[in-house]
Each structure stands twice: as structure tokens, then as C-alpha cells.
Write a protein that binds this ligand. Structure first.
Ligand code: FAD
Ligand code: FES
Length: 269
């Protein structure tokens, strides 16, 4: 059940140029939140901007949650100016979380750019609920944009870094690294990042017989399924509908449900 809580900001840090982490204290939201779900944040005090902005839970603690975000426009610029001690209005948890199931022998997370945001919470959940440590493909344009690497290593993950310019890890695309890791029918792949990356990762996963879950993005207004502002096209009709709402039916989907060729779903992270 989603709550709206006024949450004190207890941490605010710039983790890379134009990339920030905010942690807030919350009781109800932290108790209910699952990895892959998101919250709608009132980015500033007062009524401007009117619409809340969606952010994934980066970390879920017993008494708080953290968000990791990139400055994209006015809303995230205002969020980046908030400070410890101020109050952030958080509505959540919303959406469908990543399924976390013990039946897979391997769990491979593929993160592109700021698409890494939901994955520290997911890695925590896989370790806690499956007793397995996920492998992680961390892809970014350049070394400075490889976020959360130390956090994943602390969780115990094997990190395969990949950069477009070769400044860290291998100079390769995320789906090429996935191919080298040879996922199989015993593997679940989790992906979040730019549209082109998720599509390529999905193709490798499906070809290998692996299960693949993707976290999609869309511009959102209501965040709770009412306005139909965030729909994406499904591969086939589901209960008479060919459209899926990213906020309420997702943001996490089994990749086989998505019509990847229908439209450009995410902006370049
Ligand atoms: C479920 C969900 C979870 C998200 N989690 C995170 C997260 O953890 N970290 C993070 O950095 N970002 C995340 N985002 C994206 C984030 O919500 C947007 O970057 C933010 O709302 C932009 O607001 P703004 O006012 O700064 O930019 P705006 O001024 O609204 O837009 C700036 C530019 O970004 C584009 N844009 C804005 N929002 C979106 C969107 N949702 N999808 C595609 N294009 C968009 C606009 O078209 C425009 O070109 C998430 C989005 C969704 C839907
Ligand atoms: S944002 Fe309104 S239905 Fe998804």
C-alpha cells in the first residue's frame, strides 16, 4: 500500500558530476518497499513544480531509503539543491518490484549509466532471500560514471566493469559482456539502462534461454495507474489490452511482454 510521508533528509551527497544520492528517514515506506519499486518525490517545497518525479529505491534500510539520481531537467536540479535537515515528501512504494526467486542458480544484473539506481537494493535482496551473490555488469560511458562499484563489491558481487571509452574495465557494450558470461536456462538477468542497451541485453538473454526482467522508464504524471500517461506497447494482447502502464503494471516487466521495436521507451542515461 503506498503512503505519503514527510521524510527528513539525513544524507545528501554528490557522487559524480550531476549525480546525487539522497537518503531519508521513513518508517512505513521503508518497511513496505521492495527492490525495483519506486517513489514519487516532491522535489521542492511549495507547489512548483506541480508534478512529483519518479525515483527508484537505491537502498532500503529498516528505518530509511536512499535514492540515486542524475540531473536531467528542472525537477532533478531542484532535488539536487535540497539539504540535510529539510523534509522531502515521498509517495510510495509504487509499482511492481523485481521478482526475487530461489529457483535460479545464477543472477546477473546489467546496469547502464544511472540505470544502476535500483540495483544495490536488488543485490541486497538476492543475497538475503536467495542466499546467492549476483554477478554484476556495470556499464557506463566513462570511469567517472561507474556508480556504486564499491557498494556492490561490499555486498560481495563480482563486478564486470565496461566503459565506452575503455577508461575502466573492458571497452565493450553491456550485452557483449553478458554474452561472454554465458547465461543459460539456470540464469535470471535483470537489466536497467538506456533503451538500446536493454533491448540488446534482452536479445542475448532470450537467445541463451535465460529469464530476463527489465525495468523501464516513461514520463509519469499520476504514478498510480490512473492517467495512462506512461503506457508502453506490449508484444500481444493481455486481458484485452495491448498497452502496459509502466507505473502500475511495471516498471519491472518480463522482457518477453515488451514490443521492443514499437517505440523509444527511455531517454539516454
Ligand atoms: C519508474 C521510474 C524510476 C526512475 N528512477 C530513477 C532513478 O532512480 N534515478 C534517476 O536519475 N532517474 C530515475 N528516473 C527518471 C527520472 O524520473 C527523471 O529523470 C526525472 O523525472 C526528470 O525530471 P526533471 O524535471 O529533472 O526533467 P524534465 O525537465 O521533466 O525532463 C528533462 C528531460 O528528460 C526527459 N525525461 C524526463 N523524465 C523522463 C522519464 N521518466 N523517462 C524518459 N524521459 C524522461 C524529458 O523528456 C526531457 O528531455 C526514473 C523514472 C521512472 C519512470
Ligand atoms: S503515470 Fe499515470 S498511469 Fe502511469
Amino acid at each position: 500500500m503506498p503512503y505519503i510521508e514527510d521524510c527528513p533528509i539525513i544524507m545528501h551527497q554528490e557522487v559524480a558530476p550531476d549525480h546525487f544520492r539522497i537518503a531519508v528517514r521513513t518508517s512505513a515506506i521503508a518497511r513496505e518497499a521492495r527492490a525495483g519499486q519506486f517513489a514519487m518525490l516532491a522535489v521542492a517545497e511549495g507547489i512548483y513544480p506541480f508534478l512529483r518525479r519518479p525515483m527508484s529505491f537505491e537502498r532500503i534500510f529498516p528505518d530509511g531509503v536512499a535514492f540515486l539520481f542524475k540531473v536531467e531537467g528542472e525537477g532533478t536540479r531542484l532535488l539536487a539543491r535540497r539539504a540535510v535537515g529539510q523534509v522531502l515528501s515521498v509517495q510510495g512504494p509504487l509499482g511492481r518490484p523485481f521478482p526475487v526467486e530461489t529457483r535460479f542458480a545464477r543472477h546477473i544484473i546489467v546496469a547502464g549509466g544511472i540505470g544502476v539506481a535500483p540495483f544495490p537494493a536488488l543485490a541486497d535482496a538476492i543475497v538475503r532471500d536467495c542466499g546467492k551473490v549476483p554477478e554484476l555488469i556495470l556499464a557506463a560511458r566513462t570511469r567517472a560514471m561507474l556508480l556504486c562499484e564499491a557498494d556492490f563489491r561490499q555486498i560481495g558481487c563480482t563486478v564486470h566493469a565496461a566503459t565506452d571509452d575503455g577508461s575502466a574495465g573492458v571497452q565493450a557494450l553491456a550485452h557483449e559482456v553478458l554474452e561472454r558470461l554465458a547465461p543459460g536456462a539456470d540464469t535470471r538477468v535483470y537489466a536497467c539502462g538506456p533503451m538500446a542497451m536493454m533491448k540488446a541485453v534482452s536479445e542475448v538473454a532470450v537467445r541463451s534461454g535465460a529469464d530476463c526482467q527489465v525495468s523501464l522508464e516513461a514520463q509519469m504524471a499520476c504514478g498510480d495507474g490512473a492517467c495512462l500517461g506512461c503506457v508502453v506497447e506490449a508484444k500481444c494482447e493481455l486481458e484485452g489490452e495491448k498497452m502496459l502502464r509502466v507505473c502500475a503494471d511495471g516498471p519491472v516487466f518480463d522482457t518477453t511482454l515488451i514490443d521492443w521495436d514499437a517505440h523509444n521507451l527511455a531517454f539516454d542515461r
